[in-house]
Every structure is written in structure tokens, then in C-alpha cells.
Write a protein that binds this ligand. Structure first.
Ligand code: SIN
Ligand code: CO
Length: 393
């Protein structure tokens, strides 16, 4: 796939985080040397025809409107009948289906894994693009084949004017910063912070781009999600009360003391770090497609794990599964695919090793068997489908 990979070029992680992450774009020429995509354009088109795969197509001069958006799955005949140029096919979560694409993600472990959304792969013939826009994502755009010209400029927000004649949120004004105008060649990598306007246009018939996207929840998602979860831990006895009430100026007035009591109740309800950690860990490890997480046909028992170790084969993390942990005074919480388990402090290094690897080798499984609490956790992960043994497939 590549002979040498260095997503930050020669830059240190410290410098990248301090000067670029969430702040400004960075182009790394030849971050991947001799990059050859493990997935052909035909294979990508094949994925876009599958029911379980999320895909879209954008046609600049669509039959019904400009910048027309079509949603997959597509019929092969529809894809074959597309014009020669000026369209883009986008396939979401290719890392879930192509292990070589998932491998790439290991190179991005200098960022929180739980911020990762997926790897989207796009294909565009000459002139293909999705138009000028901004995303609320951090994204690393890897030129996988062909060439694409990227122009960047300006910052977008909710008030940015967008076109009304397409379902895509395309900016009506896009001013290119001349310093940020580049043609990417295979192996080049471009980092874009959220809300930076960008427009990438294919300059060849074989342009494929891999987008490694990192998501950040909106304040609304955090507030509503956390409130639901924290709310379940509140009791009927916790309520608005005013034993400090003093004689009223007017019986209809909601005075500032009343609002201060509401504020204080909210602050106390939110000030539950362990419950908040439980909610956040579950939320950030929820899989992108929860109904695609399938438990094994046969439940794993400890005896099966003992037998598995004998084969010396590894266990695998399910593509698209998300792992995270939060240490606390008692040990911590392990979060996998939206579930949470407390673990004792003695398992800290086991949990760290578990969260680090896409493949758990026989040594790891052996060590797990020696620790009953770790063994129980591993069995839970196998039984919820977050880990699998190849035979399970
Ligand atoms: C693309 O790969 O064509 C579009 C990616 C983006 O602009 O976000
Ligand atoms: Co974009």
C-alpha cells in the first residue's frame, strides 16, 4: 500500500497540536511514499451498490437541479451510465469493509481514537467535486490516486450564505486564499480544521481521495445527551425549592433569586463527574452503524477462550468498533461500542493494551486468562460482537 508513512511529515506531534490542530491547514507532501490504493475504483463502485454501505453521488449538472445529490445504494447500470466528467461518488466508512483502509487509522493514534468518525473514500473523474463548503469536522485528506486541486479560504458558520437551489450546503461566496491553493498527487496529505471553507476539484479521470474524519459533538448533542443520561440518576426528591424565600415585591414576578435557584439546581445535577464520564464514554464509543454490530452465532464461554489460545491465532477488533477508557480512583471505566464496564486498578495496563490494538495476539489472550476479571471483560466483548475470531465470520 505504501513503503513509508508519516502523516505529519517530519513535524512533531507537539508542533502539530500547538500550531495546526483545529487552527490552520497543513499540507504534507508525500506523507505516504509509493502509495498505491488497496481498493480499485471498480471495487469502490461495487461497495456503493451494497445495501449495508452508505454512499452518495453528487452531479454538478444534475438532470433535475445543479449540484444534485443522489443517495445510494446504487444500481450498477446507473453508475455505468454516468457522464464522462463532473460528478463525484462518495462512500462512507470504507474502513469498516476494507481492512487495509482500517490499517491506515493506526497511523492517527496521536489523536484521540474516540474522536474518529470514519474513512470516507471518494472517486471523481475530471471536474468532479462536491462544491465549495465547510464541515464541522477535522479531516485529513489523502490523495490516493490521480490528482485533485484543493482551494481553501475563509471560515464558515451558521450565518454563512448557502445556495438555495441544491440540498448540499454550498457557499454562495468562496474567496480562495492564494497561499492555500494546491494540486495534490498520490501520497500527499492535507489536514483541514473544522469550518475552514474548501473546494476540491478532480484534475484527472482516476481521482480518489480518502477522508479521515474526526467528529466533535455539538453543544446541543452534549447537553441533550448528557441531560437524558444524568436525568436517569436523579430522584423525585431533587427539585426546585425556596426555603430562603423573602417577602415578594409582586406575586407574578420571577425574580433573579428564583433563576439563581434554577441555575444552582442545574449545576448540582451536572456536577457528577463519574456519571458524566459514563455518558461521554458510551456516547463517544457508540458505533456509526449500531445495527451492524452482530453478536456471534454461538456465545463464548471461558472454555472456548482456553481452546482458542491453543490455536495461537489472534482475536480481532470488529471493523468500526470503538474502544476507550477513563481511569478513576477505583480503577476506571472501559467503554466499547456504547457499553460501559467498571474495571479495577489492577487491570489498568491490560485495558490500555486492549484499547491499543486491532489484533489481540495469543500472548495477550493468555495473559487475559490469568486474570479472571479481564477474562470476563474479554468474553463480554466477544459476546457483543466487538471482538471476533476469524471463524466467526
Ligand atoms: C471529496 O472527497 O470529494 C470531498 C471531501 C470534502 O470536501 O469534504
Ligand atoms: Co469537506
Amino acid at each position: 500500500m505504501w513503503t513509508k508513512a508519516n502523516p505529519l511529515g517530519g513535524m512533531s506531534v507537539e508542533t502539530f497540536l500547538r500550531d495546526y490542530w483545529q487552527k490552520k491547514p497543513l499540507l504534507i507532501r508525500q506523507a505516504f511514499t509509493d502509495f498505491t490504493p488497496p481498493l480499485s475504483i471498480d471495487e469502490l463502485a461495487g461497495l456503493a451498490c451494497e445495501d449495508r454501505v452508505e454512499s452518495r453521488l453528487v452531479m454538478e449538472q444534475g438532470p433535475d437541479q445543479p449540484w444534485q445529490l443522489f443517495s445510494g445504494p446504487f444500481e450498477a447500470e446507473f453508475l455505468q451510465a454516468l457522464p464522462e466528467k463532473d460528478w463525484t461518488l462518495l462512500v462512507q466508512a470504507v474502513d469498516h469493509w476494507v481492512p487495509e483502509v482500517a490499517e491506515l487509522l493506526e497511523l492517527f493514534r496521536f489523536l484521540p481514537q474516540w474522536r474518529l468518525d470514519d474513512v470516507m473514500v471518494s472517486y471523481a473523474p475530471t471536474g468532479g467535486s462536491v462544491g465549495p463548503h465547510f464541515d464541522y469536522y477535522d479531516v485529513f485528506l489523502l490523495q490516493a490516486s490521480g490528482q485533485r486541486r484543493w482551494q481553501l479560504g475563509g471560515w464558515g458558520d451558521e450565518s454563512t450564505p448557502v445556495r438555495s437551489d441544491t440540498r448540499l450546503k454550498l457557499m454562495t461566496e468562496f474567496e480562495v486564499n492564494p497561499e492555500w491553493d494546491w494540486v495534490l498527487e498520490p501520497g500527499d496529505l492535507l489536514y483541514l480544521p473544522p469550518q475552514l471553507a474548501h473546494w476540491g476539484v478532480s484534475c484527472s479521470q482516476d481521482c480518489t481521495t480518502w477522508s479521515v474524519g474526526f467528529r466533535g459533538l455539538s453543544a446541543e448533542e452534549i447537553l441533550c445527551g448528557a441531560a437524558d443520561f444524568l436525568g436517569e440518576h436523579l430522584t423525585e426528591d431533587q427539585r426546585y425549592s425556596d426555603p430562603d424565600l423573602t417577602p415578594l415585591r409582586h406575586s407574578a414576578e420571577i425574580d433573579s433569586q428564583a433563576l439563581a435557584r434554577v441555575q444552582s439546581l442545574l449545576t448540582r445535577a451536572l456536577d457528577q463527574p463519574d456519571i458524566l464520564a459514563q455518558w461521554f464514554g458510551r456516547a463517544m464509543t457508540q458505533t456509526k452503524y449500531p445495527d451492524q454490530l452482530l453478536p456471534p452465532e454461538q456465545r463464548w464461554e471461558a472454555a472456548d477462550l482456553h481452546a482458542w489460545v491453543e490455536t495461537t491465532d489472534p482475536l480481532y477488533r470488529t471493523e468500526g468498533s470503538r474502544f476507550a477508557f477513563h481511569p478513576n480512583a477505583q480503577g476506571g471505566w472501559l467503554f466499547v461500542d456504547g457499553e460501559a464496564w467498571p474495571y479495577p486498578a489492577t487491570l489498568q495496563s491490560w485495558v490500555e493494551a486492549l484499547c491499543e490494538k486491532n489484533q489481540l495476539d495469543a500472548d495477550f489472550t493468555q495473559q487475559t486468562l490469568a486474570q479472571p476479571e479481564a477474562c470476563t471483560l474479554l468474553l463480554s466483548l466477544l459476546n457483543q460482537g466487538s471482538l471476533y475470531a476469524p471463524e466467526d465470520e
